[in-house]
Structure formats: structure tokens, C-alpha cells
Design a protein around this ligand. Structure first.
Ligand code: SAH
Length: 349
């Protein structure tokens, strides 16, 4: 049976029409599922008995099963979930002065093979469906409902490459953005890609308000290919051309993510190369101190190197921030909790 959470409101409306029902019932359903967070068809009191029966004959409501939950001293919460077919995935909920943001996973494992990242230690097993991405948010929101708090921002920056699962990720965006449901503004949603050019082009043509972030990490092809094998397929010239295309079609600000790894990409000349590369793009750089992963052997840049890099970008008139680390007392680096669990290691609560 299909998971009802996999459907956008439009998809549900056409399904209803195909089954001789009125399309507006999709609006009611959305409101039950995402506004009231009622997951039992029987309890949806403004739907007729026949409609409820039709829905329960064709759909199941598949939420995720919680396996573990860790709470950091700074309020960051990490959920470890199991899918219906027994696969593990992670979701991180973060508190900020502006509210709550959630970092969702888009695939089980990842095939991009970035050399510094824990996610790729386990190859991709499958894509998550749109409903499985939605369910991560619903679960965390249900948790927050107890204290009447609301998730206001979403980053698709968990395990997986969103543009390697394009349709499901975009359906997820449509579902959570929908005003009949959660109504999370597109400007509050960010998709982060390692740089799959076809995906960037498709996304550019959608002309949505959803933010686009690019994991850059290396300011030249040699260094970037060393860190991110995807750069062999889409070298910087092609990546930058696709981003210029994005900017020509969308009046939006691009974000570049740049992790700072000691002695690898954190020298002043790298900051200069980065500034040259993105100079005329009115972009924003998010500098992220590397979160060490046992197996990888890379180290976090020293505080002084981080500051020197930041200062150089500022001096070069590049807008940037140095990300504050969150959840460092729990296994909050991408894929760490899942990787540990899968290796059967002990993990602290
Ligand atoms: N595949 C997408 C989204 C998932 S990774 C992408 O590449 O953008 C989300 C971000 O976390 C990326 O910028 C990634 O490079 C970064 N990242 C991965 N491992 C990290 C680590 N150990 N420390 C800091 N950032 C890391």
C-alpha cells in the first residue's frame, strides 16, 4: 500500500477525482495530516464514511519508528529513525534565536563519496520517498507540539544528495510548503547540493523561492576533486556556469558552504582563490569548522586559521559567516550516529 505522506496536495486531488471523489477533499486531508497532525483516518470528522473507507483501503500512514534520541546541552536534538524496511536515518533539530530549524536526510547512505564525510562511509541503499522526508519533520514537530513550539526553517543537508533524488525532494518541499498544511515558507527552506549540474539547471527552471546552497569546499579543481569526486564529473567551470544560469533565472542569493580542514583548504591563498571564484556573484559564504570523523584522518582548522580565513574573505568584500558549532557533545556530524549504530558500537544517550 502507498504511504499517504508521499503525496502532494495536487497528487491527492487528482487521485480523488480518479476515484469519483471531490478534489477539495485533498485540502481537508492536508489540514488533518499537517495542521492538526491527526494520523488516523477514522478521526477525520469532516470526511464522509465512504471517503474514509476509500482512503484506508488504498493508503497507509507510514510514519518513522524512533530508535534513539540524543539531546545536546545546547538544545540540539538528534533523532535516529528506522524505516518500514529496517533502514536507519538521522534527523537533527536545532534551536536558534529565530526559532527551530530541522536538518532532514534525503537518502539512505550516499554515493557522492566526499572524502571528509561520514555519510559516504555507507553507500546509498535507496532514495527516501517524499513521505519519509516529510515524516522526519512531522515526528520532530509532534515532539515540539507538547511545548507549543514550531519548526520554521528546513535545511535539506542531512545524509544524501538531494539532487540525486530530485523528484522526491521537490515533492517534499511542495508538501511542507503547502498553505493547507505546515505552510513553511519557501524562503525558509534550503537545499544543499554537492554540485550536480543537471539538478541545478532543473532547479533554476522551477523559479522557486527555495534557497540553494552549494557545498564548495575547494576553490580550485585540483583541491575540490581531491575532496569531492563529483568535481571530476562536473568541474568548477561547469558548476559555476550552472550557478550563473541559476542567478539569471532567479533573483535569489546563493550560499556557498566551505568547511575548513586543517592544512588542506584553510590557507590564505585558498581564501583569495575563493574570493576570485565567486567575486561577482553577490553570494554568501558559510564557513564551517570541520567536524572530525574518526575514519577520515582530517582535522578541524585551528581557531586562528578559521579567523584568518574569515577576515580575508571580509577584506575581499565577500559576505560570510563562521558557523557556530552545534551539538558537538552528541554525534551530530553528518552520519555519525547512524554509522556508529550500524557498526554495532555503543552510543551514549
Ligand atoms: N549532499 C549535500 C547535502 C548533505 S551534506 C551536499 O553535499 O551539500 C551537508 C553539508 O555538510 C555539506 O556541505 C557537507 O559537505 C558538509 N559536511 C559533511 N561532513 C561534514 C563534516 N564532517 N564536518 C562538517 N561539514 C560536513
Amino acid at each position: 500500500m502507498k504511504n499517504i505522506l508521499d503525496n502532494t496536495r495536487e497528487q491527492l486531488a487528482s487521485w480523488l477525482v480518479e476515484h469519483n471523489e471531490k478534489p477539495y477533499k485533498a485540502n481537508q486531508l492536508f489540514s488533518w495530516l499537517y495542521k492538526r497532525r491527526e494520523f488516523d483516518f477514522e478521526a477525520m470528522s469532516d470526511l464522509s464514511k465512504a471517503t474514509k473507507q476509500l482512503l484506508s483501503e488504498h493508503f497507509e500512514l507510514n510514519l518513522l519508528n524512533l530508535v534513539d534520541k540524543q539531546t545536546s546541552s545546547d538544545g540540539t536534538v538528534k533523532y535516529l529513525f528506522k524505516t518500514f524496511d529496517g533502514l536507519l536515518l538521522e534527523t537533527v533539530l536545532m534551536t536558534h534565536d529565530y526559532g527551530y530549524s530541522i536538518c532532514v536526510t534525503s537518502q539512505i547512505g550516499c554515493n557522492m563519496g566526499c572524502t571528509f564525510c561520514a555519510s559516504g562511509i555507507l553507500k546509498k541503499q535507496r532514495d527516501l520517498t517524499s513521505g519519509e522526508i516529510v515524516a522526519q519533520l512531522l515526528y520532530a514537530q509532534k515532539d515540539l507540539d507538547k511545548s507549543e513550539k514550531r519548526i520554521s526553517h528546513i535545511v535539506v543537508m542531512g545524509i544524501g544528495e538531494p539532487f540525486d533524488n530530485y523528484d522526491n525532494v521537490m515533492d517534499f518541499v511542495s508538501i511542507v510548503n503547502d498553505d493547507f498544511g505546515l505552510g513553511i515558507g519557501a524562503r525558509h527552506i534550503t537545499i544543499s547540493t554537492c554540485g550536480i549540474v543537471e539538478g541545478i539547471e532543473r532547479f533554476s527552471d522551477e523559479q522557486t523561492q527555495v534557497n540553494l546552497a552549494i557545498s564548495l569546499h575547494g576553490p580550485n579543481d585540483k583541491l575540490r576533486s581531491q575532496l569531492m569526486p563529483i568535481n571530476n564529473r562536473y568541474p568548477l567551470s561547469e558548476l559555476m556556469a550552472s550557478l550563473r544560469y541559476y542567478l539569471s533565472k532567479n533573483n535569489r542569493r546563493l550560499t556557498f558552504e566551505y568547511i575548513l580542514i586543517q592544512g588542506v583548504n584553510d590557507q590564505i591563498e585558498h581564501a583569495d582563490e575563493l574570493a576570485d571564484l565567486i567575486r561577482d556573484m553577490n553570494a554568501y559564504v558559510n564557513l564551517i569548522p570541520y567536524n572530525p570523523v574518526d575514519e577520515k584522518g582530517y582535522k578541524k582548522s585551528s581557531k586562528s586559521a578559521q579567523m584568518a580565513f574569515y577576515d580575508r574573505l571580509k577584506k575581499r568584500k565577500i559576505q560570510c559567516t563562521l558557523r557556530k558549532e552545534q551539538g558537538s557533545d552528541i554525534d551530530a556530524a553528518c552520519g555519525q550516529l547512524r554509522a556508529k549504530k550500524m557498526k554495532g558500537q555503543d552510543y551514549a544517550n
